[in-house]
Ligand binder design. Structure first.
Ligand SMILES: Cc1cc2nc3c(=O)[nH]c(=O)nc-3n(C[C@H](O)[C@H](O)[C@H](O)COP(=O)(O)OP(=O)(O)OC[C@H]3O[C@@H](n4cnc5c(N)ncnc54)[C@H](O)[C@@H]3O)c2cc1C
Length: 403
């Protein structure tokens, strides 16, 4: 454990704006961290936990402790005939964990391939993409409470997961340092392919030489021959906010095409193919590489805003005024709108002022073209919120954590 002072955070977050931390601590041993907290709680006032910084915007220097869990390791916690419980350290790169699970043939996280960040942040905003949310596989979350230093475990039900949120993003924000997460994975994967782009990508692969058919993948033979179980409960998209789903038009068509779909082993788009978790992971990676800006080339934090959820009467008003507006049922009496569509309609796509801008293909993605400050990006986000409010009467909420 090494405590450093006045550290530049520029290299520690994907927007790449300048900001400094008064104190900076990386730890590998949770017990040592708990001891330090108990001995010197004032060092941690205030505290900010940092993973890869792919969902953060710094608008100022941080006056307290920036703490970076470097707890690594993936271990099998327990297993039965149907499931495997894996504990992963908060410092494990999320996509390394996904690759590990997929290579073992275990299902549940393949759709979440290539999402930037570390395991410790996964429960915080209940990451999601292509029809899957982390909440569906998280069994428990362990960490150290601030300032007491008490080690605590939260069961899945206590995490209060919601759309891009959890207790760790709300009540426990800056009050709980996650050190490890237990994920419950399926021995017999239940693939979720209802998101149109993903299904199309798998189909394209099948058409291009049927590479999937009866192919024996790495690992246990029985597992690899398991036919796909496409999830039956194909409700209209629950989580259209995923960065992989910024393309609203594709989303609408996918929703229309697949909302009465298949259950059990069988056809995907008319083909009888065997699909493994590896196929799904590879398809997701191909789509994401094609669609999303790489933060190492262009500073960004993925989707900057959440998709707003409004009441049915607001949705009806908007539909009357804007017949093309995409709307998605989102629980009783609630409707989810596409933040990307709303922002695009206000003419922001491709906007640039200085080095702060909006991605030319993704209205939800704000960009640092090089030397933008966090304040400039934040100001741009405020202007976007204002214009969406003025035109549609809808409030946008930021998905990115603003510091
Ligand atoms: C190109 C791109 C694509 C993306 N695509 C998606 C997507 O498809 N779906 C999606 O959901 N997100 C997506 N994101 C957002 C982001 O990758 C995720 O939110 C990710 O989980 C953040 O991980 P991180 O380690 O970078 O967390 P950070 O950005 O470092 O932190 C995010 C929040 O979590 C808190 N936190 C981090 N670690 C801990 C910990 N150990 N204990 C307590 N609190 C902690 C931080 O304090 C902060 O509040 C994308 C981002 C980018 C740049």
């Amino acid at each position: 454990m090494r405590l450093r002072e006045n550290i530049s955070l520029r290299a520690y977050h994907t927007f790449g704006t300048e900001a400094k931390a008064r104190y900076f601590l990386e730890f590998t041993d949770s017990a040592e961290l708990a001891d330090l907290l108990r001995e010197n709680p004032r060092l941690f006032d205030p505290v900010l936990v940092l993973g890869s910084g792919s969902n953060l915007l710094f608008t100022r220097d941080f006056p307290g402790m920036v703490i970076r869990p470097a707890v690594t390791g993936i271990t099998v916690e327990k297993e039965d005939d149907h499931h495997v419980w894996l504990r992963a350290g908060a410092g494990v790169v999320w996509d390394d964990f996904v690759r590990y699970a997929v290579e073992a043939g275990w299902g549940g996280v393949e759709n979440l391939s290539l999402i930037p960040g570390r395991v410790g942040a996964v429960p915080v905003q209940n990451i999601g993409a292509y029809g899957r949310e982390a909440a569906s596989v998280i069994s428990s979350v362990t960490g150290v409470a601030v300032p007491s230093g008490e080690v605590r475990e939260y069961g899945a039900a206590e995490c209060r997961f919601g759309y891009r949120t959890s207790i760790f993003k709300e009540e426990l924000r800056e009050r709980f340092i996650i050190t490890s997460v237990v994920f419950r994975l399926d021995r017999v994967p239940e693939l979720v392919l209802e998101y149109g782009d993903l299904r199309n990508e798998v189909e394209i692969k099948d058409e291009a030489g049927n590479e999937n058919e009866n192919e024996v993948k790495t690992g246990d033979e029985e597992r690899d021959k398991v036919k796909v179980k496409i999830k039956a409960e194909v409700e209209i998209k629950k989580e259209i906010g995923d960065e992989g789903q910024n393309d609203v038009e594709a989303k609408i068509s996918s929703t229309n095409r697949f909302d009465h779909q298949v259950a059990g082993p069988g056809p995907v788009g008319g083909h009888n193919i065997d699909i493994t978790v590896t196929d799904v992971r590879e398809a997701v990676i191909r789509i994401r590489r094609r669609k999303l800006p790489d933060p190492s080339m262009l500073g960004n934090a993925g989707s900057f805003f959440k998709n707003p959820v409004v009441g049915a009467s607001t949705a009806a008003r908007l539909r009357a005024a804007y017949p093309a507006i995409p709307v998605y049922p989102s629980g009783e009496g609630l409707v989810k709108l596409s933040a990307g569509w709303l922002i695009d309609q206000c003419g922001w796509k491709g906007f640039r002022k200085g080095d702060a801008g909006v991605h030319r293909d993704h209205a939800l993605v704000l960009i640092n073209y090089g030397s933008a400050t966090g304040k400039e990006i934040f100001k741009l986000s405020e202007e976007i919120c204002r214009s969406v409010q003025e035109r549609f009467g809808v409030d946008l909420e930021r998905e990115v954590i603003v510091v």
